[in-house]
Structures are given as structure tokens and as C-alpha cells.
Design a protein around this ligand. Structure first.
Ligand code: ADP
Length: 223
């Protein structure tokens, strides 16, 4: 079952942004921080915001933390407190525990505690921005495995009005266009599994799947 109720521990930049997005998506969010101003700032924006020390077991028990489906430890200023908060969430029986790591070593410690998902926001965003800087048309990408990825690219002017048959990515580069999203003002919206007879227009978004090598060649030679 998907998580419905989230507890976010640490309402710094990362925790606050995550909590607000979950609210926008329609979920219930309890935000916890031990700094009063952080809690006040968020109190009208979250389902509940509580000032508490997330490493205090009795306080966490009294907040009914064990009833939450997912807990996110977003403490980025103190490794020890992050680890203690993660242990508590696990021990209290929160079904899924996610924790933000400040360093590789911190990440390894969290993994050893059986935290379900360890995230490295600064490292991952650094990688993402580097990819986007060297490929200006790149909007987003997903790594499927070590060798394969899916990328979202903006259709450049040089491809405007060409059909997929003319671009022929599969034969030329070994990657496939699996979806098209039309640019502003065009009616078709999203075309899933486009055929050779679908056309590309500047500003459309194409979703491409392939090996890293094939996509690199496509980006460098065709775009
Ligand atoms: P970011 O880098 O995302 O801005 P910060 O490290 O600045 O993150 O923020 C972490 C937040 O976690 C701070 O608001 C801090 O008060 C809070 N925090 C740290 N330790 C605890 C704790 N034991 N209990 C509750 N909140 C905590």
C-alpha cells in the first residue's frame, strides 16, 4: 500500500520543501523541528507542525509516530541526531524510513541501520545539473541500470518538421523515441509510442530510451 501519512523530521530547506510538496500532492504531513521559528513558519502550511526533539523517545511515542506510513529524516546539520532519529523511527515501527545523508560515511551508517532509502540530495542534484549543463536540451533523465537510461530532451530547431522515420534514431544511434509531448499550444498533448509517421516540432519534448552510449551519440550528433 502506498504511504498516506508522512512525518518529516527537520524543517530546514530540504525538509520544508519535501513537506510542502507532499501537502500539495494531497497527503497528510506532520512536520517536526526542535527550533520554534521553523515550526511556526510551517504551522499553517502542514497538517500539523510540532516543536519537539526527534531523538527523544518518549516524546516521539506520545506523538503517535508509529502510526505513520513513512518517516523522512531531513536533519542535515548533525549526523548523530540524524542517526538517532532514524533508529527511533525504525524502532517505533514506521513502515518506510527515508533519511538524508550528509556524507558517504553517514549514508553507509544509515544503510546499516536498515533505513529503507538513503538519499544524497546535494550529490544527486550536482550530478543532475552537470548533465544538464553539458546537454542544454536535457530536461531530465532516469538511470534504469548502469548501462541504460531514459532522457527527456527538447526537440531542437534542426529537427523541426521531420518525421521519426527521417530522424531514424533506432538505426542511426541505437536509441528509441518512446513518447512525445507537444509544445505549448499544440493539441495532441502526449503521444505514447509514436510511430515512424509522427512528426517532431521545435519545442516538443521527446522521451528517449537507450544505452548511455547510444543516447550520448544522439545528443552529440543530432541535437
Ligand atoms: P537543510 O540543509 O535542508 O536546510 P538543515 O540541516 O539546515 O537542513 O536543517 C535541519 C533541520 O533539522 C533544522 O531545522 C534543525 O532544527 C532540525 N533538527 C536538527 N536536529 C533535530 C532534532 N533532534 N529534532 C528535531 N529537529 C531537528
Amino acid at each position: 500500500m502506498r504511504a498516506q501519512q508522512f512525518v518529516v523530521i527537520g524543517l530546514g530547506r530540504f525538509g520544508a520543501s519535501l513537506a510542502l510538496t507532499l501537502m500539495e500532492l494531497g497527503y497528510e504531513v506532520l512536520g517536526i523541528d526542535h527550533i520554534e521559528e521553523r515550526v511556526e513558519e510551517m504551522s499553517d502550511l502542514l497538517t500539523h507542525a510540532v516543536m519537539a526533539d526527534a531523538t527523544d523517545e518518549s516524546v516521539m511515542r506520545s506523538l503517535g509516530i508509529r502510526n505513520f506510513d513513512c518517516g523522512i529524516v531531513a536533519i542535515g546539520d548533525n549526523m548523530e541526531r540524524s542517526i538517532l532519529a532514524a533508529i527511533l523511527l525504525k524502532e517505533l515501527g514506521v513502515k518506510q524510513v527515508v533519511a538524508k545523508a550528509i556524507s558517504i560515511l553517514h549514508g553507509r551508517a544509515l544503510e546499516r541501520l536498515d533505513v529503507d532509502r538513503v538519499i544524497f540530495p546535494e550529490r544527486d542534484m550536482g550530478i543532475r545539473v552537470a548533465h544538464q549543463l553539458v546537454t542544454p536540451n536535457l530536461l531530465d533523465y532516469i538511470e534504469l541500470s548502469k548501462d541504460y537510461r531514459i532522457v527527456e530532451l527538447t526537440v531542437p530547431a534542426c529537427m523541426d518538421g521531420k518525421s521519426l522515420a527521417q530522424i531514424n534514431t533506432r538505426a542511426r544511434y541505437g536509441c528509441s523515441i518512446i513518447a512525445l509531448k507537444r509544445g505549448e499550444g499544440r493539441e495532441e498533448g502526449v503521444i505514447v509510442a509514436p510511430t515512424a509517421h509522427d512528426y517532431l516540432y521545435e519545442g516538443d519534448i521527446m522521451v528517449v530510451i537507450g544505452t548511455n552510449e547510444s543516447i550520448n551519440r544522439f545528443e552529440q550528433e543530432a541535437i
